[in-house]
Write a new protein. Structure first.
Length: 492
């Protein structure tokens, strides 16, 4: 099967923080892949900016190294890589001062009627100042768009202040709050499974679904992000954005169409229906943990406090919680969320567990009848499994087995699976905000998360320790097993 490439209009993109980690690992490789696929129009400009003085040639060398490191196939690309690098230019800009802004204006002056994208791959502390400078120097045209990465604030008040600051320069329809999880192929296939098939949607409710699990597990520690991470923690870093967005896609009502506001209206309804977690319930339905020294990837690894160099930090590196949605569709159906660093494996998945059959017609020799599961795997191998009960082949009576209908996207379609950033950057060019967060979504998510943070702070209990290379604190197992359920583990 050949992936279809949809042409886009000519555009210019300015990447602030172009020498940073996100640019090296994701943005430059994503733009290169789209150019290699023939999707970047002739004449499109890709301009890198940061405070570091650098010539165009030096930036191209920097980009070449980044692409060769993160896109191994680029080594065989020959002139394709050279042609892409020829698109690149560089302007040194100090976001906190006047230095470099006239040079950036000059680099863009020939294409004032073209789509213009400002990608803020910088610390969120710089978002407000960069937007202000863009406005002051007349760089925001009618077709200008700004892309901002998470985190959008650290609580509701700071999120509102940041949204206000960006909104003073860019209208809401030109602001793209990116969550790369929403660009993953499997996440979009969740919507296809629900709304393009007669099989699932009639069963997608409390009458037929027992519970939902969402797991985002990382085997790595905080690595070079310790400074940022200690001011955020797993709840702010993962739950408030990525995991609540996944929950919304699972739980939302069918939208009237696939346009951006129809989708985001339904996600907002889910966020508003989340049952509050407060002082009275926080200890029984949430668990926060912090990893200690252990083993990962075949070797010894230090604990979080050792990596941080701060023995008194109470920042959580693991969160498990039980969320409930107070509406008719999901009444009394728990959503169990867990995420953490230095866990046993790198894995992200959504597991929808259907209710047990009301009565078995088979005798005990047939074996145990397991509940059906729909497993939507986001990483590392994107795909979908539907676990069913079938008869074990052969004579000798009825013996039942729990087996999956398994679809790996890589095997089923035999095409390269584009990285989420490739899709999301092209959606910005197209002006399609379906996979981006609206302001009210971000703020409603903080409205739900803030009381959990406050309740943890008020309790003054430190995070529960867990050994690196395990699945988190034992309290996380107790959280779900108290309800007669268990965390999903793949059975093959």
């Amino acid at each position: 099967m050949i992936a279809r490439v949809i042409a886009v209009e000519p555009f210019d993109i300015v990447v602030f923080g172009a020498t940073g980690d996100l640019s090296q690992r994701k943005l430059l490789p994503a733009l290169y892949e789209r150019d290699k696929a023939g999707q970047v129009p002739p004449g499109a400009k890709i301009i890198g900016t940061s405070r570091r003085p650098m010539s165009d040639a030096e930036f191209r060398d920097f980009a070449r190294k980044a692409i060769l490191e993160h896109v191994p196939s680029a080594e065989q690309a020959g002139t394709v890589l050279d042609d892409f690098l020829a698109r690149l230019s560089y302007v040194a800009v100090d976001a906190t001062a006047q230095k470099g802004w006239p040079d950036l204006a000059e680099a863009l002056q020939d294409n004032t009627d073209r789509i213009r994208i400002f990608y803020l791959a910088t610390s969120p502390d710089l978002f407000e100042e960069i937007c202000s400078q863009l406005g002051q120097h007349g760089l925001v045209t009618e077709r200008a768009r700004v892309v901002v990465e998470k985190p959008i604030g650290k609580d509701l008040d700071s999120a509102r202040a940041l949204n206000d600051a960006i909104g003073r320069v860019f209208p809401e329809e030109s602001i793209y709050r990116i969550d790369h999880y929403l660009g993953k192929e499997t996440v979009q296939n969740l919507m296809a499974l629900r709304f393009a098939n007669a099989l699932f949607e009639p069963l997608w409710n409390a009458s037929h679904i027992d519970h939902v699990q969402i797991t985002v597990a990382e085997s790595l520690g905080v690595e070079g992000r310790a400074g940022y991470y200690d001011g955020a923690g797993a709840l702010r870093d993962m739950v408030q954005n990525h995991m609540l967005q996944l929950l919304c896609l699972v739980a939302m009502e069918p939208p009237t169409s696939m346009d951006a506001d129809s989708l985001r209206d339904e996600k907002l309804k889910v966020l508003k229906a989340l049952k509050p977690i407060s002082d009275g319930t926080v200890n029984s339905i949430t668990v926060r943990g912090q990893y200690r020294a252990g083993a990962s990837a075949g070797g010894a690894v230090p604990g979080y406090l050792d990596e941080l160099g701060n023995p008194s930090s109470h920042t959580e590196t693991f969160v498990a919680l039980k969320a409930e949605i107070e509406n008719w569709r999901w009444a009394n159906v728990p959503f169990y969320l867990r995420t953490g660093k230095r866990l046993a494996a790198r894995m992200s998945e959504i597991v929808v567990t259907f209710r047990a059959i009301p009565h078995s017609v088979f005798d005990s020799s047939a074996g145990t009848i397991s509940q059906n599961h729909l497993v939507i795997r986001l990483q590392p191998d994107e795909g979908v499994k539907l676990w069913l009960m079938i008869k074990d082949p052969g004579p000798g009576g009825m013996r039942l087995q729990h087996v999956p209908l398994d679809m790996s996207f890589a095997e089923a379609f035999n095409v390269r699976n584009p990285d989420a950033y490739e899709r999301l950057v092209m959606d910005v060019v197209r002006g399609n905000q379906s996979l981006f967060m609206r302001r009210d979504e971000v703020e409603q998510a903080w409205t739900w998360v803030d009381p959990i943070i406050e309740a943890w702070r008020a309790s003054k209990e430190p995070p529960k320790p867990y050994t690196a290379g395990t699945w988190g604190p034992s309290a996380a197992i107790a959280l779900i097993e108290r309800d007669g359920r268990t965390w999903h583990e793949d059975e093959d």
